[in-house]
Design a protein around this ligand. Structure first.
Ligand code: HEC
Length: 250
């Protein structure tokens, strides 16, 4: 039995039109598959660049975090990442942070870009010194360190400086140690009534500060003569107390 194609003399094999159609279909399928590969590899390349750009951003940001604050000033504001990666560019911009002077704190914005990928940014705040706790700020404002040492917070010790991180370690037992009030009350009273309790009796001439008298500064709420311009406000009092108490045993 002969194949049916060859039984009809008018239909031997595919017609010319059918052949052309089949070729077009084959071509389209091929092109589609090729395109999938090409797009896929393009996407891979893009993903690689994106990863690289964020790697560069992370590295640049860490670099800026580790720099001394003073070194931020002469930093060049733009650049690339060396001959191996000339297409990746960075830019560093400064702006003010809240109400601080640029010498104290600033916002640093790092931008890394690539012509095909675009740019990504990172912002960080750098400050020259860590901000003081309110208690320490008050301690500085009222010049307490002119008569007191506080080595735990970096304030120098000296023979004429009364230590504020060793309250109750020597001298007369403080009131809170003999059951009257708390350490916080005692610190408060040391300011509101400096002569009210003698912590270091004048018996050891070797201890220079036993003859010193603490300066009296009117405290808000305890002395009607309190003047907001020069006195210790209630807020400052509680900040000071909390900060000093933190260095001592209750
Ligand atoms: C002019 C020097 C002087 C200044 C300034 C000064 N003090 Fe004093 N302070 C003293 C002396 C001296 C004593 C110890 C008095 C005694 O022997 O009882 C003392 C005692 C104290 C005590 C108790 C210490 C203890 O061991 O019992 C505290 C707390 C204290 N001062 C806090 C402060 C704070 C806070 C400031 C700043 C607002 C300040 N002082 C400023 C001289 C000063």
């Amino acid at each position: 039995v002969r194949h049916r194609y060859f039984t009809n003399p008018a239909q031997k094999g595919l017609s010319m039109l059918e052949m052309m159609f089949a070729m077009v279909v084959l071509f389209l399928v091929g092109a589609f598959v090729m395109n999938m590969f090409v797009t896929g590899s393009h996407q891979l390349v893009r993903a690689g660049k994106k990863e690289k750009i964020s790697g560069f951003l992370r590295a640049k940001t860490s670099e800026l975090r580790l720099l001394e604050y003073a070194q931020l000033d002469p930093l060049s504001a733009t650049g690339n990442f060396g001959p191996a990666d000339p297409d990746y560019l960075y830019r560093i911009d400064y702006s003010a942070f809240e109400s601080y002077a640029l010498s104290e704190a600033r916002v640093v914005e790092v931008t890394v870009s690539h012509p095909e990928i675009g740019e990504i940014k990172n912002r960080l705040v750098r400050s020259a010194v860590p901000p003081l706790s309110p208690g320490q700020a008050a301690f500085n404002k009222f010049g307490c360190a002119s008569c007191h040492s506080l080595t735990s917070a970096g304030y120098a010790a000296g023979p004429t400086l009364v230590p504020l991180d060793q309250i109750g370690v020597s001298g007369n037992p403080r009131p809170y140690q003999s059951g009257s009030g708390t350490l916080e009350d005692y610190i408060n009273n040391s300011l509101t009534d400096p002569g009210g309790f003698d912590a270091y009796p004048d018996v050891t001439p070797a201890v220079g500060f036993s003859n010193l008298v603490m300066t009296y500064i009117p405290v808000e709420g305890s002395d009607p003569a309190y003047d907001p311009a020069t006195g210790v406000s209630s807020q400052e009092m509680s900040d000071l107390t909390e900060w000093i108490a933190g260095f001592n045993t209750p």
